[in-house]
Every structure is written in C-alpha cells, then in structure tokens.
Design a protein around this ligand. Structure first.
Ligand code: NAP
Ligand code: MG
Length: 476
C-alpha cells in the first residue's frame, strides 16, 4: 500500500519541519488501513505561517490584475499536470469512487482556478461615484479552514478567490483528508507563487483552527464545515473583529411536481443524494412528493436504487464508496436507527452491505411516511439517506420545504413553468436547481439561514476577500 509521509508544513515558500514531533495517522476508509501521516501542527508553526503571510501581503496585494491572471492560469496548468495524483489521492483518503474523483472532484478544483482567472478579466476593482473613487482592496491575511468532503474543491475555491483578490493565506485542511491539500501546495510551489502568499499548516481544528480564528494578524476567516464549529469560529473571531465567511450544512428540500416522469425524478434524486456517499452539504435529502404520486415515486426509487452500486471505490462501476470515517459511519447508523423507529423503510437499513465488512460502507437507505418534525427530516445526516414526505398542494409543499433551520439549496423537478417559478422564488435558500441542471462555476454558492453567511465561486467568491475604500476627491 502506498504510504504518504508528509510531515512538513509549507511555510514561506519552503517545506519545513513542525516544531513538535506529534503526528496524525490518516486512514483509507475503504479498508481502515493507515495510508500515511501528517504533523499535528502547533501554535508556533501557525505563528510562523501567519508572519510569513503578513510579510508577503504588502507586495502581493499590490500586484496587478494581469499578474494575478497569469498566476492563476499557471496554477491551473500545474494542477492539470498532477491530475493522476490528485484523482488517486482523493480516492484513497476520502473513499470517493475513482471515476467520481476524476469527473467531479478533480474537475471542480481545476474549474475554480480557471474561473477566477476569467472573472478577473472583467472584475472592476475601482468605481467612480461623483468626486469619489471607490477602491476594492485585498482584505489582508486570510485563514482558510476546510472540511474533508470535497478535498480539492473546497481548497481550490477559497485559494482561487484569495489569490484573485490579492490576499495572502494560511490553510488548515481537514486532518481526515490532508494529502490532496498537500498536492495543491506542491502545485502552487511549481507555479512559482511568491513566497509567503500561500502557507499550509496541518493539524487539528482544536489547535490550528482555533489559532486561526483568534489570531490578531488574520483579517478574514473563510470556513466550510459544520454549524457548531462555524459558530465557535465566529465567537473566537469577535475579539479581533475579524470578518468570517461560513459555508455550513443543509437539509435541502426537493419538490417533485406531478407532471414529471417519476422514474426520471427518482434517478435525479438518487444520483444527487448518493453521490459522494451522501456527504454533500447541498444534498437533496428531503424529498416532497404529492400524495397522488407517492406510490409511483416510491416504486421507482425501489427499482432504481440497485443501479447505484456500493463497492470498493477503486472499481470503475462503483457509485457509492465508504463513508469517510468511523465517526461518520456511527453517526449515519444512529440516524438510520431513528428512521426505522419512526418512519417506513423503502430500501436499506442499518449495518454494512453484504461482502463489505471491512471499511466504512453503509447501505443506501430511503424512508417514507416521514414527518417534517422527525430528526431524519430536520438534521443533517451526511450519509446516503433520503427522507420522503408528502404534500397536498403546492403551498403546503413550500411551507414544509422552508420549515428548516437551513437554507443552502432547494430543488424542483417538474415541467409547469409557473409552479417552478413560484417554488424558486419562495424557497429561502442560496441556490435553486431545476430538473437536475448542473451548475457552472460562475454561479454563487452559499446559504441562507443557518447554512451560512457567505458566497463562494466566481466573482462572488472574490468579493469576500475584499475591503472597500472611498477616496473622496480623487475622481474628477
Ligand atoms: P467540522 O468539525 O466542522 O470540521 C471542518 C474543519 O474545521 C476541519 O478542518 C476541522 O479540523 C476544523 N475545526 C474543527 N474544530 C475547529 C475549531 N474549534 N475551530 C476551528 N476549526 C475547527 O466538520 P467535520 O468533523 O468534518 O464533520 C462534522 C459534520 O459537519 C458532518 O457530519 C457534516 O454534517 C458537517 N459538514 C458539513 C460540510 C459542508 O460542506 N457544509 C462539510 C463537512 C462536514 P479537523 O477536523 O481537522 O480537526
Ligand atoms: Mg481518511
């Protein structure tokens, strides 16, 4: 088995030893074996990284748009050269099926760098308002804290936006999936990013994450992950009045209209939720079907689920790999148990699929007769679990859809344009997806309500890394 020994942090343009010898084991969730180690970084390591980012800021924030476009394109070119490593690593550390690591995970990472370069072409850093010039300036040293569920995408969307804005950065990737982030650091090194612009410190959320959120020299924290950690970061950041951008979880509703083919609808739902073994913050996990179509929809789900095979992520026909960790496995089992007690199971259940006793594999599970006040309808399960609810009319469907603390995404499947318009304007969420249409990378991504308070991707992501300055009397 390939062993990654990546004990160094990337600070000030160099691979450096940690100030402590403590290490963290990284596990392949498909076989529960250790695949490598990283350093359990210290506050001292973090301080060195912040200092180098601070030093680099004065010159990097003054680079021209043209220079940063060239840099982002160089990064994208170097990233492409590492395709094979990135794809293999995502599969090893996350358990994502190899075809999905390539088609989705790898591609998302690349697209954010390319898109940021493209956005910069037309991005206006200066506007004129009568006698005042409004300048958008890089906000400063930025702390980036990322989760494990999209190791390339989450790191790339934050880094591409920060670099486009002229910010310098300190990244702390999730300790469950650090090796993709390390390859991205090597990519930035190969692209000749000026030293100190990007720094990577590995370690725990407790030490490095909290160190970032409370560091007086960090001006902005961009975080993706769970709600409780997001709230903690916001509280820690308050003492230094840091700006914080949060991308948190969701329990996104999907409304199926009666006028659509139920078999097609079932496949849109299944491919959405089962992708990444259900470990997606925008997954359409709360499905609303009219009472008239309920039985037909459930029948289609039952018939279609077996086409989404759970298996070793190295195999090309696998759609569902293992969950990322034992902790995640236990969390999903608990929710399936709750569902079995309170609702009706359509397919799946607790335990591991046959023949997959080693690894954190779970059975894709669908419940019906779910009431919206049940835990399986309100809480983020982060596994391949779908809850089906019924509605009598469109107003009730919208009311149920909005009856959640979250607001990351909403989905509609149907043909009637008026109904679709009514749903998309009524659901309180940052992104509405119609009939499974794929998003392009200029589209904003982020949540209403407790799903967050920021936007990433495209020009919206770049805006997050900017401050606004008025120079009065500068314009003529
Ligand atoms: P998490 O605990 O929020 O972790 C996300 C990142 O924050 C990791 O890098 C983590 O570090 C770091 N972190 C942990 N504690 C921190 C603290 N006190 N201060 C600053 N940073 C801290 O999420 P998770 O453990 O990966 O997953 C837990 C649940 O979060 C999941 O079950 C899911 O519901 C949700 N989640 C949502 C998303 C999303 O995209 N919205 C993504 C992932 C997870 P370490 O883990 O390395 O210590
Ligand atoms: Mg792992």
């Amino acid at each position: 088995m390939c062993m990654f020994n990546k004990l160094k942090h990337f600070i000030n343009g160099e691979w450096v030893d940690s100030s402590d010898s403590k290490v963290i084991d990284v596990i392949n969730p498909a076989n529960e074996e250790i695949i490598g180690q990283i350093s359990d970084g210290t506050v001292e390591d973090l301080n060195y990284a912040v200092q180098s980012a601070k030093q680099a800021f004065s010159s990097f924030s003054k680079t021209t748009k043209k220079q940063r476009i060239r840099l982002l394109n160089r990064i994208a070119n170097e990233y492409e050269k590492r395709k094979e490593d990135i794809v293999k690593t995502i599969t090893l550390e996350l358990g994502s099926p190899i075809t999905k690591s390539e088609e989705r995970h790898y591609t998302m990472g690349l697209s954010h760098f390319r898109q940021a370069a493209k956005e910069l072409e037309s991005f206006q850093f200066t506007e004129e308002h009568d006698s005042t010039l409004i300048h958008k300036e890089a906000i400063g040293v930025s702390g980036l804290i990322t989760p494990w569920n999209f190791p390339a995408n989450q790191v790339a969307t934050k880094l591409a936006a920060a670099i486009a804005a002229g910010c310098t950065t300190v990244l702390k990737p999730a300790q469950l999936t650090p090796f993709t982030a390390i390859i991205i650091a090597e990519v930035l090194e190969a692209a000749n990013l000026p030293k100190g612009v990007f720094n990577l410190v590995n370690g725990s959320g407790k030490v490095i994450g909290e160190g970032i959120s409370s560091h007086p020299d960090i001006e902005f924290v961009s975080f993706t992950g769970s709600g409780p950690v997001g709230k903690k970061i916001t509280k820690n950041a308050a003492d230094s009045v840091k700006r914080v951008s949060l991308e948190l979880g969701g329990k996104s509703p999907l409304i199926v209209l009666d006028d659509y083919d139920m078999k097609k609808a079932a496949n849109i739902v299944l491919s959405n939720v089962l992708f990444n073994t259900g470990q997606g913050c925008a997954a359409a996990t709360r499905v609303l079907v009219s009472q008239n179509k309920h039985d037909e929809f459930v029948k289609s789900i039952k018939e279609e689920v077996p086409k989404y095979s759970v298996n070793d992520p190295q195999l090309h026909n696998t759609f569902i790999g293992p969950l990322v960790s034992e902790k995640q496995y236990n969390q999903v089992q608990e929710y399936i148990e709750k569902g079995l007690k309170n609702a009706t199971v359509v397919v799946g259940g607790t335990g591991k699929p046959e023949g997959l006793e080693k690894g954190y594999y779970v059975r894709p599970t669908v419940f019906t007769n779910v009431q919206n006040n049940m835990a399986i309808a309100q809480e983020e399960i982060f596994g391949p679990v779908i809850s089906i609810l019924t509605y009598e009319n469109l107003n009730e469907a919208i009311e149920i859809a909005n009856d959640t603390i979250y607001g990351l995404a909403g989905y509609v499947i149907g043909k009637d344009k008026e109904k679709i318009e009514k749903i998309s304007s009524s659901i309180r969420a940052g992104r509405i997806v119609i009939n499974g249409t794929p998003a392009d990378y200029s589209t904003p991504f982020g949540g209403y309500k407790q799903s967050g308070n920021g936007r990433e991707w495209g020009k919206y992501g770049i805006e997050e890394f900017l401050e606004i300055k008025a120079v009065i009397g500068e314009a003529k």
